[in-house]
Design a protein around this ligand. Structure first.
Ligand code: CDP
Length: 720
């Protein structure tokens, strides 16, 4: 019998490389701190509805928890695990598929693990574990408010407190008390131990239920008290008839309502000591200081290990990459080689995977990353962290009614997370490029996004999912009332809400598109027969979804070359039609697109993402019956088309219009704010009747980015 078994195992090993890899990976999984906690996690989830799980990044939460619970008797449906970023969702799904020895996503109908991110759904009919971005889970909630296919929803990285995570938590809280047909378990995971508010949030009943129950239950009493009814009632589930099952479900549900239970569990991280270094005085040129420190570490520190450098955004990362690579060429052969790898959300999928692969022999990796590598992903091999202390954050400017990206000092909690990345595999070093006093003056935690960004998308999502009383929604942190009112007004203006405040048919269509309400409105407008420019608008929207298609030009010679190359594409009406011309020319290029992009000083990488988004958006518009036309798109030079396209953008962005004033400046219609044309625009320096811009950026002054010339008469026509 034994030998039969081992022959069989041998045969399987010989046959499937996936299975072989699985066995090897199992050894690593067993060493993860969370491995020791698996029985506790299973037992706690058997007995409780909600588990709040905290543990250091890298302790194994995201990869292991779904696998621990997959075969539990209560878990017959799928397990959703949300991630704030697509790169994490994809790489986790890939990793877990390997660990389980199953193919990934749609590559096989038997695949058990898949993912769903904006513009890329990769699942199979047998998918049981699904990694999704938060936005995609919210989209699924629109299609099925009860989330009937899921037995468990795992909300990961809650400490990041994105707006989407806050919405998901609110919806799940409501769902826990209303889903009557099947039990639902919720696991909320955080890299920081600051979880009291979460425990309280889930322990307090949502308003309609609270009124029916006389005793309030606190987090701590809930954690330890009665929940025996859970496993028993579910264990006998199978033998019941449909109506009995229904009745039993209702009774079990009533039990759950009265004994809503929240458990808490903490996993100790694997953390080696990290030596922290500060600057003696503030640096005025952070790029220079970062460059200097990278080479200082590389040339003077005998300790092996890769470098992880935290920077603000892709533009700075790509600039520094170029400089580090130039300097690295002058290193003598006494030093290992340097391999510089960028890591930010807008990179193509293939490029995003490169930092995770081991460096070639005699080479040190230098990963230049945004805060994506702070907690979301674990980059192996890192022993040195260089922290610039800054991050780009979205900030709502209430007077302008717009979100803008601002470079801000990080919080202490972020700084500590960044530092922790140096000590995952062995003792490490964290080089903070700021003073110790600056560290001490940092805020303890980041402000939740819901307190600092435009809430239009959030409010539309709530309305579309039937949460009409948005001011009464169960928020972990209630957003400011004026921001909510502003969002309601914006949605009303877009036509997404009726005068009564309920969602309109148009609003429902917008909510189903994976875009902001304003861009969604532009798409819907472009699909109207009178406008008939959806294909062209999709191309432009695809460009706006990447940070920039244009490469940075830093030397005089390159700047001249760029000007000539870009003039060939530039359209007089402005950036929107110029972007369209660029996409059309790139798409028409048959022989060598990379060369075409280089010649035009356009980022080939960004264009690949644009083509990806364009394809997915086109498919979604076809599915939503918005796109009926099968003919080719019109040329960007067609003047009638230009007017129609810009009118569509006006419909979605009427708040982003500024008119020329006698003093030569532009002032917004709403808020009367001065706004200048961004230097990257083809319209820079031009004096036009009025301008429309898609994005507001604030650096040395207020700029509109992605700008086009519009006529005031169009504005009046569109806004009525
Ligand atoms: O969620 P948490 O940060 O606690 O840990 P995890 O993401 O489950 O990662 C556990 C370990 O799995 C990491 O330390 C990596 O060794 C490995 N992992 C990986 O190799 N590739 C991934 N995409 C994710 C995790």
């Amino acid at each position: 019998m034994e030998s039969n078994k081992s022959t069989k195992r041998k045969r399987v090993d010989e046959k499937t490389p996936l299975q072989q890899k699985r066995v090897k990976l199992l050894e690593g999984r067993k060493r993860l701190p969370i491995w020791q906690k698996q029985n506790e996690i299973r037992s706690v989830l058997r007995d409780h509805d909600v588990l709040v799980l905290s543990g250091e990044t890298g302790s194994g939460k995201s990869t292991q928890v779904p696998q621990f619970i997959l075969d539990q008797p209560w878990c017959r449906g799928k397990i959703a695990t949300t991630q704030p970023r697509r790169v994490a969702a994809i790489s986790l799904a890939r990793r877990v598929a390997e660990e389980m020895g199953t193919p990934l996503g749609s590559s096989s109908p038997a695949s058990k693990v898949g993912y769903s991110v904006r513009f890329d759904e990769n699942t199979s009919p047998s998918t049981r574990i699904k990694y999704l971005t938060e936005g995609m889970l919210l989209q699924e909630m629109l299609r099925d408010a009860t989330m009937g296919q899921y037995s468990c929803v795992i909300v990961d990285e809650v400490h990041e407190r994105s707006v989407n995570v806050d919405l998901i938590l609110g919806f799940l809280k409501l769902l826990l008390s209303t889903r009557r047909d099947k039990p639902l378990k919720v696991v909320v995971m955080s890299a920081t131990a600051d979880v009291d508010s979460l425990r309280r949030f889930f322990s307090e009943r949502p308003t309609p239920i609270r009124s029916a129950i006389s005793t309030a239950v606190t987090a701590d009493t809930v954690e330890t008290d009665g929940n025996e009814s859970g496993p028993e009632s579910e264990a006998s589930w199978d033998g019941l008839s449909d109506s009995e099952q229904h009745r039993a479900a209702s009774m079990a549900e009533d039990d759950r309502c009265s004994e809503k239970s929240v458990a808490y569990c903490h996993v100790e991280g694997r953390q080696y000591p990290v030596l922290t270094r500060y600057l003696d005085s503030h640096s005025d040129d952070i790029m220079e200081t970062t460059l200097h420190r990278i080479f200082q570490i590389h040339c003077k520190e005998p300790m092996p290990g890769d470098l992880l450098v935290f920077m603000t955004g892709s533009d700075k990362i790509l600039d520094l990459q170029k400089i580090v690579e130039e300097y690295a060429q002058n290193l003598t052969s006494d030093f290992p080689k340097l391999l510089v790898l960028p890591l930010f959300a807008a990179l193509s999928q293939a490029a995003q995977q490169r930092p995770f692969q081991p460096a070639p022999p005699n080479t040190r990796k230098v990963i230049l990353s945004t805060n994506i590598a702070e907690t979301s992903v674990t980059v192996p091999g890192v022993r040195f962290v260089v922290d610039t202390g800054m991050a780009k954050v979205k900030q709502f400017r209430i007077r302008l009614g717009l979100d803008s990206l601002l470079v801000k000092q990080i919080s202490k909690s972020s700084a500590d997370q960044r530092k922790g990345r140096a000590g995952r595999e062995a003792p490490g070093q964290c080089h903070r490029l700021y003073t110790e006093a600056a560290y001490r003056s940092m805020d303890e935690h980041d402000k939740p996004e819901i307190l600092r960004c435009d809430l239009s998308a959030a409010v539309l999502t709530m309305k579309a999912r039937g949460a009409d009383d948005v001011l009464g929604f169960p928020f972990l942190t209630p957003p400011p009332r004026d921001a909510m009112e502003k969002a309601l007004l914006n949605l009303l203006q877009l036509g997404a809400l009726q005068g009564t405040g309920r969602i309109s048919a148009l609003g429902r269509k917008i909510a189903r598109l994976p875009l902001t309400p304003s861009l969604g409105r532009v798409i819907i407008e472009a699909a109207r027969p009178e406008m008939d420019c959806l294909l062209e608008v999709i191309d432009i929207v695809a460009c706006l979804s990447v940070e920039s298609i244009w490469l940075n030009v830093d030397t005089e010679e390159v700047r001249e070359r760029a000007q000539i190359a870009r003039q060939q594409l530039a359209k007089r009406s402005g950036d929107h039609l110029t972007l369209l011309a660029a996409v059309q020319a790139y798409a028409a290029e048959q022989s060598d697109r990379r060369r075409w992009a280089d010649d035009h000083l356009i980022s080939h990488r960004a264009m690949q993402s644009v083509m990806d988004v364009r394809k997915q958006l086109t498919a979604q518009c076809k599915q939503a019956k918005l796109l009926l036309r099968t003919t080719e798109a019109s040329s960007a030079s067609d003047e009638g088309l230009q007017e129609r396209v810009l009118k569509c953008f006006l419909r979605g962005f009427s708040g982003n219009v500024a008119r020329l004033c006698p003093d030569g400046s532009y002032k917004t219609f709403i808020g009367n704010q001065t706004v200048a044309i961004h230097p990257s625009s083809v319209l820079r320096g031009r004096k036009l009747e009025a301008i429309l811009y898609n994005e507001f950026v604030y650096t040395s002054k207020a700029y509109g980015r992605n700008v086009s010339a519009v006529q005031l008469r169009w504005f009046e026509e569109v806004v009525e």
